[in-house]
Design a protein around this ligand. Structure first.
Ligand code: KG4
Ligand code: ZN
Length: 368
């Protein structure tokens, strides 16, 4: 049964995120008009994984275990509230690294049981979608359908979202998916290219920075799947072509000199591929708004291309992006998604403390 809240009634959620290499807890305040994080406490493990050039699952889970209670304590104390003030706990339980997810899920279950509070399992990608509504001045005025691009290190998905989060169906992500990457995710294409270029992990933001002083037309990297019959993406050919070009420039002794041009050109190829399908989908589905969420939403070229395009594409409002601090993984977005689900209270979505003890974690996102 949906809990109808009066405009000033609020719900307080503790969000927990541990699906990959960010260990995060947050206290989120939800009302029918507003949604804000009262605190966010995140430990990024990036420095631990840098020597390996990518996330090492075993290191990630062990570190989550050492960090999670500290993050929860800090989030609660920074919010000025007490643990008992929360109405429910929201935790990412899919998709992600299972060992890492289990740490957050176990902490959330124990707390739900100890406090006798309900537990809301959250889909990580639904969390990314809800990052959009955090601190949004008037989320109830966003026009739908909305084209939502979830562009992160693990996913490149296009969804046509029919209405606002208060009435999302339980299997929203599955129902609304129109296209995705057939191989590497866009963030992965950034990270793998950065690795070949000798840039630190995760490389997206370094490519973004270096690209500012480069020429995006210096190299013609491929844009895969240009046909209008699909909304899918493919980035693995691009990666191969970048690797070959880098090798060539290295042999010529020009790699250092050409780095900025290579970054600008490969970034343009990734952004071009994303923008082409976004534009196609907006037109085909008559979308009135557009949202980009996930780590790659922080990319400056992506932001400027989408900011330029919205009127031409017939959108009613400019492209929506989460605040930069909510683009990469964080628990505020999990608390936000949990708050919508908690208020909606569909059967089986909000778990009573005893039922919560049976909650599991899943690596795949297909479990809905
Ligand atoms: O959403 P996220 O934090 O984690 C996943 O759920 O995957 O996204 C991380 C991804 C990484 O691939 C990272 O390189 C990319 O987001 N990223 C960027 C930028 N900032 C982060 N990619 C391009 N430009 C950026 N400025
Ligand atoms: Zn993510």
């Amino acid at each position: 049964m949906s809990q109808s809240l009066s405009p000033n009634q609020k719900r307080i959620l503790l969000g927990i995120e541990s699906s990959c290499d960010e260990c995060s807890a947050s206290i989120v305040e939800y009302t029918p008009q507003s949604l804000r994080a009262l605190s966010v406490s995140t430990f990024s493990q990036i420095d631990l994984h840098v020597p390996y050039g990518g996330v090492v699952p075993e290191i990630a889970s062990r570190n989550h275990l050492e960090t999670i209670l500290g993050m929860i304590e800090k989030a609660v104390s920074d919010s000025g509230l007490k643990l008992n003030d929360i109405d429910a706990i929201a935790v990412t339980n899919r998709p992600g690294l299972v060992g890492a997810l289990l740490v957050g899920v176990s902490a959330a279950k124990s707390l739900a049981y100890a406090l006798m509070k309900p537990l809301v399992p959250v889909h990580h990608l639904e969390g990314h979608l809800c990052s959009l509504f955090l601190d949004h001045p008037n989320r109830n005025e966003i026009p739908y359908p909305m084209l939502a691009a979830i562009v992160s290190g693990g996913h490149t998905n296009l969804h046509v979202i029919p209405n606002g989060p208060e009435i999302w169906p339980r299997d929203l992500l599955k129902k609304t998916l129109i296209g995705s990457s057939r191989d590497d995710a866009a963030g992965e294409a950034f990270d793998k290219s950065a690795k070949i270029l000798g840039l630190p992990y995760p490389g997206g933001k370094y490519i973004d920075e270096l690209a500012r002083s480069g020429n995006p037309k210096a190299y013609a990297f491929p844009r895969a799947l240009p046909q209008k019959s699909t909304y899918d993406f493919s980035f693995s050919g691009l990666k191969t072509s970048i690797a070959l070009e880098i090798k060539k420039q290295e042999t010529l002794g020009q790699l250092e000199k050409e780095k900025a041009n290579l970054c600008a050109s490969l970034q343009e190829a990734i952004v071009d591929a994303l923008v082409a399908k976004i534009e196609l989908a907006i037109k085909q589905y008559g979308c009135k708004s557009l949202a980009i969420v996930g780590g790659v939403a922080a990319n400056s070229r992506m932001r400027s291309r989408l900011n330029e395009g919205w009127k031409k594409w017939g959108l009613q409002i400019p492209a929506l992006f989460p605040k930069p601090e909510y683009c990469t993984d964080n628990a505020a977005m999990i608390g936000a998604a949990g708050a919508f689900r908690f208020t909606q209270a569909l059967p089986g979505v909000v778990l009573k403390p005893m039922d919560a003890l049976a909650l599991n974690a899943f690596s795949s996102w297909e479990v809905d």
